[in-house]
Design a protein around this ligand. Sequence first.
Ligand code: PHE
Length: 453
Amino acid sequence: MMADLNNRDSFGSKFGVLAAAAGSAVGLGNIWRFPYVVGENGGGAFLIIYLFFIIVIGIPVMLSEFTIGRKAQLNPVGAFKKIAPNTQWHLVGLMGVGAAFMILAFYGTIAGWTLEYVYCSITNAFADKTPDQLAGMFDNFKAGTFRPVLWQLIFMGLTAWIVIAGVQKGIEKSAKILMPLLFVIIIILAVRSVTLPGAKEGLAFLFKPDFSKINAGVILKALGQAAFSLSIGMGTLITYGSYIKKDNNLVNTAIQVSAADTLIAILAGVAIFPAVFAFNLQPDAGEGLVFIVLPNIFQQMPGGYIFSLLFFVLLTVAALTSSISVLEVVVAYFVEQLNMTRKKATIIASISISIIGIFCTLSWGVFKNVSIFNYNIFGILEYIAANILLPLGALLIVFFVGWIMKRKIVKDEISSYGLHKNRIFNIFMLIIKFIAPIAIALVFLNGIGILKL
Ligand code: PHE
Protein backbone atom coordinates (compact mmCIF):
# COMPACT_ATOMS: atom_id res chain seq x y z
CA MET A 1 0.00 0.00 0.00
CA MET A 2 2.71 2.42 0.92
CA ALA A 3 4.34 1.50 -2.37
CA ASP A 4 1.65 3.61 -3.97
CA LEU A 5 3.13 6.58 -2.22
CA ASN A 6 6.63 6.05 -3.45
CA ASN A 7 6.17 4.60 -6.91
CA ARG A 8 3.70 7.23 -7.97
CA ASP A 9 2.53 6.99 -11.49
CA SER A 10 3.47 9.91 -13.66
CA PHE A 11 2.67 11.22 -17.09
CA GLY A 12 5.04 9.99 -19.77
CA SER A 13 5.71 12.95 -22.04
CA LYS A 14 5.16 16.66 -22.31
CA PHE A 15 2.38 16.08 -24.78
CA GLY A 16 0.99 13.46 -22.44
CA VAL A 17 0.74 16.03 -19.66
CA LEU A 18 -1.01 18.38 -22.02
CA ALA A 19 -3.40 15.75 -23.30
CA ALA A 20 -4.26 14.55 -19.80
CA ALA A 21 -4.72 18.03 -18.33
CA ALA A 22 -6.61 19.23 -21.39
CA GLY A 23 -8.54 15.97 -21.21
CA SER A 24 -9.62 16.95 -17.71
CA ALA A 25 -10.45 20.52 -18.67
CA VAL A 26 -12.22 19.84 -21.95
CA GLY A 27 -15.40 17.98 -21.25
CA LEU A 28 -19.09 18.41 -20.79
CA GLY A 29 -18.27 21.79 -19.25
CA ASN A 30 -17.26 23.11 -22.65
CA ILE A 31 -19.77 21.52 -24.94
CA TRP A 32 -22.80 20.91 -22.76
CA ARG A 33 -22.55 23.47 -19.96
CA PHE A 34 -20.90 26.47 -21.58
CA PRO A 35 -23.54 26.99 -24.31
CA TYR A 36 -26.49 26.67 -21.98
CA VAL A 37 -25.02 28.87 -19.25
CA VAL A 38 -24.17 31.50 -21.87
CA GLY A 39 -27.68 31.10 -23.27
CA GLU A 40 -29.33 31.60 -19.89
CA ASN A 41 -27.16 34.52 -18.89
CA GLY A 42 -27.32 36.90 -21.77
CA GLY A 43 -24.83 35.76 -24.43
CA GLY A 44 -22.01 38.09 -25.48
CA ALA A 45 -21.66 40.10 -22.30
CA PHE A 46 -21.35 36.88 -20.33
CA LEU A 47 -18.68 35.69 -22.74
CA ILE A 48 -16.54 38.78 -22.16
CA ILE A 49 -16.68 38.41 -18.40
CA TYR A 50 -15.95 34.71 -18.77
CA LEU A 51 -12.83 35.37 -20.86
CA PHE A 52 -11.66 37.95 -18.37
CA PHE A 53 -11.95 35.40 -15.54
CA ILE A 54 -10.12 32.73 -17.53
CA ILE A 55 -7.12 35.01 -17.95
CA VAL A 56 -7.01 36.85 -14.65
CA ILE A 57 -8.16 34.06 -12.34
CA GLY A 58 -8.21 30.78 -14.24
CA ILE A 59 -4.64 30.54 -15.49
CA PRO A 60 -3.07 31.72 -12.20
CA VAL A 61 -5.18 29.27 -10.19
CA MET A 62 -4.27 26.46 -12.55
CA LEU A 63 -0.60 27.27 -12.22
CA SER A 64 -0.98 27.47 -8.44
CA GLU A 65 -2.56 24.02 -8.34
CA PHE A 66 0.15 22.48 -10.50
CA THR A 67 2.74 24.07 -8.22
CA ILE A 68 1.22 22.69 -5.02
CA GLY A 69 0.80 19.24 -6.49
CA ARG A 70 4.19 18.92 -8.08
CA LYS A 71 5.92 20.32 -5.02
CA ALA A 72 4.21 17.92 -2.64
CA GLN A 73 3.87 14.87 -4.92
CA LEU A 74 0.66 14.03 -3.13
CA ASN A 75 -3.14 14.16 -3.32
CA PRO A 76 -4.75 17.49 -2.34
CA VAL A 77 -5.26 16.68 1.34
CA GLY A 78 -1.79 15.19 1.73
CA ALA A 79 -0.26 18.04 -0.24
CA PHE A 80 -1.59 20.74 2.10
CA LYS A 81 -0.57 18.65 5.10
CA LYS A 82 2.93 18.29 3.76
CA ILE A 83 3.47 21.91 2.76
CA ALA A 84 1.69 23.44 5.74
CA PRO A 85 1.93 20.88 8.55
CA ASN A 86 -0.10 21.36 11.72
CA THR A 87 -2.49 23.82 10.15
CA GLN A 88 -6.06 23.57 8.97
CA TRP A 89 -5.13 24.04 5.31
CA HIS A 90 -5.75 20.38 4.53
CA LEU A 91 -9.44 21.20 4.90
CA VAL A 92 -9.18 22.92 1.51
CA GLY A 93 -8.17 19.56 0.09
CA LEU A 94 -11.04 17.91 1.89
CA MET A 95 -13.45 20.45 0.46
CA GLY A 96 -12.13 19.47 -2.96
CA VAL A 97 -12.88 15.84 -2.24
CA GLY A 98 -16.42 16.88 -1.30
CA ALA A 99 -16.75 18.90 -4.49
CA ALA A 100 -15.56 15.88 -6.45
CA PHE A 101 -18.44 13.82 -5.05
CA MET A 102 -20.98 16.44 -6.05
CA ILE A 103 -19.54 17.16 -9.48
CA LEU A 104 -19.21 13.55 -10.49
CA ALA A 105 -22.74 12.86 -9.28
CA PHE A 106 -24.33 15.28 -11.73
CA TYR A 107 -21.64 14.81 -14.37
CA GLY A 108 -22.64 11.17 -14.55
CA THR A 109 -26.22 12.16 -15.28
CA ILE A 110 -25.24 14.22 -18.32
CA ALA A 111 -22.67 11.69 -19.48
CA GLY A 112 -25.45 9.11 -19.29
CA TRP A 113 -27.63 11.31 -21.50
CA THR A 114 -24.71 11.48 -23.90
CA LEU A 115 -24.53 7.68 -24.04
CA GLU A 116 -28.25 7.51 -24.80
CA TYR A 117 -27.56 9.88 -27.68
CA VAL A 118 -24.79 7.65 -28.94
CA TYR A 119 -27.38 4.91 -28.98
CA CYS A 120 -29.93 7.13 -30.73
CA SER A 121 -27.30 8.03 -33.30
CA ILE A 122 -26.62 4.39 -34.04
CA THR A 123 -30.31 3.61 -34.45
CA ASN A 124 -30.80 6.75 -36.54
CA ALA A 125 -33.49 7.95 -34.16
CA PHE A 126 -33.22 11.63 -35.09
CA ALA A 127 -34.10 11.08 -38.75
CA ASP A 128 -37.12 12.95 -40.10
CA LYS A 129 -38.06 14.48 -36.77
CA THR A 130 -39.17 18.08 -36.46
CA PRO A 131 -37.45 20.40 -33.95
CA ASP A 132 -40.48 19.95 -31.69
CA GLN A 133 -40.31 16.20 -31.90
CA LEU A 134 -36.62 16.20 -31.11
CA ALA A 135 -37.28 18.35 -28.06
CA GLY A 136 -40.07 16.01 -26.99
CA MET A 137 -37.87 12.99 -27.48
CA PHE A 138 -35.27 14.44 -25.15
CA ASP A 139 -37.80 15.51 -22.53
CA ASN A 140 -39.35 12.07 -22.45
CA PHE A 141 -36.04 10.35 -22.14
CA LYS A 142 -34.68 12.44 -19.29
CA ALA A 143 -37.91 12.11 -17.31
CA GLY A 144 -37.61 8.34 -17.41
CA THR A 145 -36.19 6.12 -14.71
CA PHE A 146 -34.60 2.98 -16.03
CA ARG A 147 -32.75 4.20 -19.09
CA PRO A 148 -31.10 7.34 -17.73
CA VAL A 149 -30.01 5.51 -14.56
CA LEU A 150 -28.70 2.56 -16.53
CA TRP A 151 -26.61 4.81 -18.79
CA GLN A 152 -25.31 6.72 -15.82
CA LEU A 153 -24.18 3.53 -14.12
CA ILE A 154 -22.53 2.34 -17.31
CA PHE A 155 -20.64 5.61 -17.51
CA MET A 156 -19.60 5.44 -13.87
CA GLY A 157 -18.46 1.88 -14.45
CA LEU A 158 -16.30 3.00 -17.37
CA THR A 159 -14.81 5.78 -15.29
CA ALA A 160 -14.02 3.42 -12.43
CA TRP A 161 -12.59 0.83 -14.79
CA ILE A 162 -10.06 3.30 -16.19
CA VAL A 163 -9.17 4.74 -12.79
CA ILE A 164 -8.55 1.30 -11.30
CA ALA A 165 -5.95 0.68 -13.98
CA GLY A 166 -3.92 3.62 -12.73
CA VAL A 167 -2.81 6.92 -14.21
CA GLN A 168 -2.41 4.88 -17.22
CA LYS A 169 -1.08 4.67 -20.71
CA GLY A 170 -4.53 3.96 -22.07
CA ILE A 171 -6.07 7.27 -21.22
CA GLU A 172 -2.99 9.36 -21.85
CA LYS A 173 -2.65 7.68 -25.20
CA SER A 174 -6.31 7.82 -26.14
CA ALA A 175 -6.51 11.47 -25.09
CA LYS A 176 -3.71 12.23 -27.53
CA ILE A 177 -5.70 10.79 -30.40
CA LEU A 178 -9.21 11.70 -29.40
CA MET A 179 -8.77 15.28 -28.30
CA PRO A 180 -7.54 16.44 -31.73
CA LEU A 181 -10.35 14.46 -33.36
CA LEU A 182 -12.89 16.16 -31.13
CA PHE A 183 -11.45 19.46 -32.20
CA VAL A 184 -11.85 18.67 -35.89
CA ILE A 185 -15.45 17.54 -35.46
CA ILE A 186 -16.43 20.59 -33.51
CA ILE A 187 -14.97 22.82 -36.21
CA ILE A 188 -16.99 21.01 -38.86
CA LEU A 189 -20.14 21.43 -36.80
CA ALA A 190 -19.39 25.09 -36.22
CA VAL A 191 -18.99 25.64 -39.95
CA ARG A 192 -22.25 23.82 -40.67
CA SER A 193 -24.02 25.84 -38.05
CA VAL A 194 -22.83 29.25 -39.25
CA THR A 195 -23.82 28.42 -42.81
CA LEU A 196 -27.43 27.66 -41.86
CA PRO A 197 -29.94 30.27 -43.01
CA GLY A 198 -30.54 32.71 -40.18
CA ALA A 199 -27.23 31.96 -38.48
CA LYS A 200 -26.33 35.62 -38.03
CA GLU A 201 -28.68 36.14 -35.16
CA GLY A 202 -26.97 33.34 -33.25
CA LEU A 203 -23.52 34.78 -33.78
CA ALA A 204 -24.79 38.17 -32.66
CA PHE A 205 -26.22 36.54 -29.54
CA LEU A 206 -22.85 35.00 -28.73
CA PHE A 207 -20.56 37.86 -29.66
CA LYS A 208 -22.55 41.09 -29.29
CA PRO A 209 -22.41 42.12 -25.67
CA ASP A 210 -25.61 43.35 -24.07
CA PHE A 211 -24.57 44.42 -20.62
CA SER A 212 -28.12 45.05 -19.46
CA LYS A 213 -28.35 41.32 -18.69
CA ILE A 214 -25.43 41.41 -16.28
CA ASN A 215 -25.91 41.43 -12.53
CA ALA A 216 -24.01 40.12 -9.51
CA GLY A 217 -25.46 36.63 -9.87
CA VAL A 218 -24.49 36.43 -13.52
CA ILE A 219 -20.92 37.52 -12.80
CA LEU A 220 -20.61 34.79 -10.19
CA LYS A 221 -21.92 32.28 -12.71
CA ALA A 222 -19.26 33.37 -15.20
CA LEU A 223 -16.62 32.75 -12.55
CA GLY A 224 -18.19 29.41 -11.67
CA GLN A 225 -18.26 28.37 -15.30
CA ALA A 226 -14.62 29.41 -15.79
CA ALA A 227 -13.57 27.39 -12.75
CA PHE A 228 -15.67 24.39 -13.74
CA SER A 229 -14.42 24.40 -17.30
CA LEU A 230 -10.75 24.65 -16.33
CA SER A 231 -11.17 21.95 -13.64
CA ILE A 232 -9.77 24.32 -11.02
CA GLY A 233 -10.68 24.95 -7.40
CA MET A 234 -11.03 21.38 -6.12
CA GLY A 235 -7.61 19.82 -6.39
CA THR A 236 -7.94 17.99 -9.69
CA LEU A 237 -4.94 19.86 -10.97
CA ILE A 238 -3.12 19.47 -7.68
CA THR A 239 -3.54 15.75 -8.18
CA TYR A 240 -2.50 15.89 -11.84
CA GLY A 241 0.32 18.27 -10.95
CA SER A 242 1.67 15.62 -8.63
CA TYR A 243 2.06 13.36 -11.68
CA ILE A 244 3.93 15.96 -13.76
CA LYS A 245 7.68 15.50 -14.13
CA LYS A 246 9.93 17.99 -12.40
CA ASP A 247 11.32 19.52 -15.60
CA ASN A 248 7.97 20.32 -17.19
CA ASN A 249 7.35 24.00 -17.84
CA LEU A 250 4.26 24.54 -15.71
CA VAL A 251 3.63 28.06 -16.99
CA ASN A 252 3.42 26.90 -20.59
CA THR A 253 1.30 23.92 -19.63
CA ALA A 254 -1.20 26.09 -17.76
CA ILE A 255 -1.47 28.57 -20.62
CA GLN A 256 -1.80 25.90 -23.30
CA VAL A 257 -4.43 23.93 -21.41
CA SER A 258 -6.47 27.05 -20.70
CA ALA A 259 -6.23 28.20 -24.32
CA ALA A 260 -7.36 24.84 -25.67
CA ASP A 261 -10.22 24.72 -23.18
CA THR A 262 -11.41 28.21 -24.07
CA LEU A 263 -11.15 27.64 -27.80
CA ILE A 264 -13.27 24.52 -27.60
CA ALA A 265 -15.91 26.26 -25.49
CA ILE A 266 -16.17 29.10 -28.01
CA LEU A 267 -16.34 26.66 -30.90
CA ALA A 268 -19.14 24.86 -29.10
CA GLY A 269 -20.95 28.19 -28.82
CA VAL A 270 -20.42 28.82 -32.52
CA ALA A 271 -21.78 25.36 -33.29
CA ILE A 272 -24.84 25.82 -31.08
CA PHE A 273 -26.21 29.36 -31.22
CA PRO A 274 -26.57 29.89 -34.96
CA ALA A 275 -28.49 26.61 -35.06
CA VAL A 276 -30.60 27.62 -32.07
CA PHE A 277 -31.82 30.69 -33.91
CA ALA A 278 -32.01 29.01 -37.31
CA PHE A 279 -34.39 26.39 -35.89
CA ASN A 280 -36.36 28.82 -33.74
CA LEU A 281 -35.31 27.19 -30.50
CA GLN A 282 -34.71 29.02 -27.23
CA PRO A 283 -31.12 29.84 -26.19
CA ASP A 284 -32.13 29.59 -22.55
CA ALA A 285 -33.50 26.06 -22.85
CA GLY A 286 -31.22 24.95 -20.00
CA GLU A 287 -29.55 21.61 -19.53
CA GLY A 288 -31.15 20.09 -22.60
CA LEU A 289 -29.85 22.69 -25.03
CA VAL A 290 -27.21 20.67 -26.88
CA PHE A 291 -29.27 17.50 -26.84
CA ILE A 292 -32.06 19.27 -28.67
CA VAL A 293 -30.11 21.61 -30.93
CA LEU A 294 -27.39 19.35 -32.26
CA PRO A 295 -29.68 16.58 -33.53
CA ASN A 296 -31.39 19.31 -35.55
CA ILE A 297 -28.09 20.19 -37.19
CA PHE A 298 -27.22 16.57 -37.83
CA GLN A 299 -30.47 16.10 -39.68
CA GLN A 300 -29.68 19.03 -41.93
CA MET A 301 -26.23 18.04 -43.00
CA PRO A 302 -24.94 15.57 -45.51
CA GLY A 303 -23.40 12.68 -43.63
CA GLY A 304 -25.38 13.67 -40.55
CA TYR A 305 -25.67 10.07 -39.45
CA ILE A 306 -21.91 9.67 -39.22
CA PHE A 307 -21.38 13.07 -37.68
CA SER A 308 -23.94 12.57 -35.00
CA LEU A 309 -22.42 9.24 -34.10
CA LEU A 310 -18.90 10.64 -34.09
CA PHE A 311 -19.94 13.66 -32.13
CA PHE A 312 -21.68 11.85 -29.30
CA VAL A 313 -18.97 9.21 -29.08
CA LEU A 314 -16.36 11.92 -28.81
CA LEU A 315 -18.43 13.83 -26.30
CA THR A 316 -18.57 10.67 -24.24
CA VAL A 317 -14.81 10.37 -24.47
CA ALA A 318 -14.34 14.01 -23.53
CA ALA A 319 -16.64 13.44 -20.56
CA LEU A 320 -14.67 10.35 -19.61
CA THR A 321 -11.27 12.05 -19.65
CA SER A 322 -12.81 14.64 -17.30
CA SER A 323 -14.70 12.27 -15.05
CA ILE A 324 -11.61 10.13 -14.44
CA SER A 325 -9.81 13.28 -13.29
CA VAL A 326 -12.59 14.00 -10.82
CA LEU A 327 -12.65 10.44 -9.51
CA GLU A 328 -8.86 10.43 -9.32
CA VAL A 329 -9.02 13.18 -6.68
CA VAL A 330 -11.10 11.00 -4.39
CA VAL A 331 -9.12 7.86 -5.15
CA ALA A 332 -5.71 9.48 -4.61
CA TYR A 333 -7.02 10.78 -1.29
CA PHE A 334 -8.39 7.37 -0.22
CA VAL A 335 -5.19 5.61 -1.26
CA GLU A 336 -2.64 7.98 0.19
CA GLN A 337 -4.43 9.31 3.27
CA LEU A 338 -6.67 6.40 4.21
CA ASN A 339 -4.30 3.65 3.10
CA MET A 340 -6.70 1.83 0.83
CA THR A 341 -5.68 -0.12 -2.20
CA ARG A 342 -6.39 1.63 -5.46
CA LYS A 343 -9.00 -0.93 -6.35
CA LYS A 344 -10.87 -0.70 -3.08
CA ALA A 345 -10.68 3.09 -3.13
CA THR A 346 -12.07 3.26 -6.64
CA ILE A 347 -14.91 0.88 -5.93
CA ILE A 348 -15.98 2.61 -2.72
CA ALA A 349 -15.71 6.06 -4.28
CA SER A 350 -17.56 5.24 -7.45
CA ILE A 351 -20.36 3.35 -5.75
CA SER A 352 -21.03 6.11 -3.25
CA ILE A 353 -20.88 8.78 -5.94
CA SER A 354 -23.23 6.74 -8.11
CA ILE A 355 -25.78 6.61 -5.32
CA ILE A 356 -25.84 10.40 -5.08
CA GLY A 357 -25.78 10.47 -8.86
CA ILE A 358 -28.95 8.42 -9.17
CA PHE A 359 -30.79 11.07 -7.20
CA CYS A 360 -29.49 13.68 -9.65
CA THR A 361 -30.66 11.67 -12.61
CA LEU A 362 -34.07 11.00 -11.13
CA SER A 363 -34.52 14.63 -10.25
CA TRP A 364 -35.56 15.10 -13.90
CA GLY A 365 -38.24 12.45 -13.47
CA VAL A 366 -39.75 10.88 -10.37
CA PHE A 367 -38.07 13.38 -8.02
CA LYS A 368 -38.94 16.33 -10.22
CA ASN A 369 -40.97 17.93 -7.45
CA VAL A 370 -38.24 17.87 -4.86
CA SER A 371 -37.07 21.44 -4.88
CA ILE A 372 -34.31 23.08 -2.88
CA PHE A 373 -34.05 26.87 -3.23
CA ASN A 374 -35.96 26.56 -6.50
CA TYR A 375 -33.50 24.04 -7.91
CA ASN A 376 -34.01 20.33 -8.39
CA ILE A 377 -31.49 17.96 -6.77
CA PHE A 378 -29.33 18.02 -9.87
CA GLY A 379 -29.45 21.80 -10.08
CA ILE A 380 -28.61 22.45 -6.45
CA LEU A 381 -25.55 20.18 -6.55
CA GLU A 382 -24.42 21.82 -9.77
CA TYR A 383 -24.94 25.30 -8.33
CA ILE A 384 -23.18 24.61 -5.04
CA ALA A 385 -20.23 22.86 -6.66
CA ALA A 386 -19.63 25.24 -9.56
CA ASN A 387 -20.64 28.55 -8.06
CA ILE A 388 -19.67 28.10 -4.42
CA LEU A 389 -17.15 25.32 -3.81
CA LEU A 390 -14.96 25.88 -6.87
CA PRO A 391 -14.64 29.68 -6.50
CA LEU A 392 -14.03 29.27 -2.76
CA GLY A 393 -11.45 26.56 -3.42
CA ALA A 394 -9.78 28.74 -6.04
CA LEU A 395 -9.64 31.64 -3.61
CA LEU A 396 -8.04 29.57 -0.87
CA ILE A 397 -5.58 27.95 -3.28
CA VAL A 398 -4.22 31.22 -4.67
CA PHE A 399 -4.10 32.65 -1.18
CA PHE A 400 -2.13 29.63 -0.05
CA VAL A 401 0.45 29.88 -2.83
CA GLY A 402 0.61 33.68 -2.56
CA TRP A 403 0.81 34.08 1.19
CA ILE A 404 1.51 30.78 2.92
CA MET A 405 4.11 29.08 0.73
CA LYS A 406 7.55 30.63 0.71
CA ARG A 407 8.14 32.74 -2.38
CA LYS A 408 11.42 31.00 -3.09
CA ILE A 409 9.83 27.56 -2.97
CA VAL A 410 7.12 28.67 -5.36
CA LYS A 411 9.65 30.22 -7.71
CA ASP A 412 11.90 27.17 -7.66
CA GLU A 413 9.02 24.82 -8.34
CA ILE A 414 7.57 26.87 -11.19
CA SER A 415 10.93 27.47 -12.83
CA SER A 416 12.11 23.89 -12.24
CA TYR A 417 14.98 25.32 -10.19
CA GLY A 418 15.97 27.88 -12.78
CA LEU A 419 15.62 25.62 -15.80
CA HIS A 420 12.87 27.82 -17.25
CA LYS A 421 13.06 31.58 -17.40
CA ASN A 422 9.74 32.76 -16.09
CA ARG A 423 9.49 36.35 -17.16
CA ILE A 424 5.95 36.49 -15.87
CA PHE A 425 6.77 35.24 -12.40
CA ASN A 426 6.47 38.65 -10.76
CA ILE A 427 3.17 39.32 -12.48
CA PHE A 428 1.97 35.91 -11.40
CA MET A 429 2.84 36.64 -7.77
CA LEU A 430 1.10 39.99 -7.97
CA ILE A 431 -2.02 38.34 -9.33
CA ILE A 432 -2.17 35.50 -6.84
CA LYS A 433 -1.32 37.66 -3.86
CA PHE A 434 -3.71 40.50 -4.54
CA ILE A 435 -5.73 40.61 -7.72
CA ALA A 436 -7.15 37.10 -7.86
CA PRO A 437 -8.09 36.73 -4.19
CA ILE A 438 -9.71 40.15 -4.07
CA ALA A 439 -11.54 39.61 -7.35
CA ILE A 440 -12.83 36.18 -6.34
CA ALA A 441 -13.88 37.41 -2.90
CA LEU A 442 -15.79 40.36 -4.35
CA VAL A 443 -17.50 38.34 -7.05
CA PHE A 444 -18.35 35.64 -4.57
CA LEU A 445 -19.69 37.77 -1.73
CA ASN A 446 -21.55 39.95 -4.18
CA GLY A 447 -22.93 36.99 -6.10
CA ILE A 448 -24.37 35.20 -3.11
CA GLY A 449 -25.76 38.48 -1.83
CA ILE A 450 -23.64 39.02 1.28
CA LEU A 451 -22.13 42.16 -0.17
CA LYS A 452 -24.04 44.71 -2.24
CA LEU A 453 -21.85 46.51 -4.76
N1 PHE B 1 -13.54 20.67 -16.58
C1 PHE B 1 -14.46 19.59 -16.76
C2 PHE B 1 -15.38 19.92 -17.90
O1 PHE B 1 -15.32 20.98 -18.44
C3 PHE B 1 -15.25 19.30 -15.51
C4 PHE B 1 -14.42 19.21 -14.28
C5 PHE B 1 -14.64 20.06 -13.23
C6 PHE B 1 -13.40 18.28 -14.18
C7 PHE B 1 -13.87 20.03 -12.09
C8 PHE B 1 -12.60 18.23 -13.05
C9 PHE B 1 -12.85 19.11 -12.00
O2 PHE B 1 -16.21 19.14 -18.26
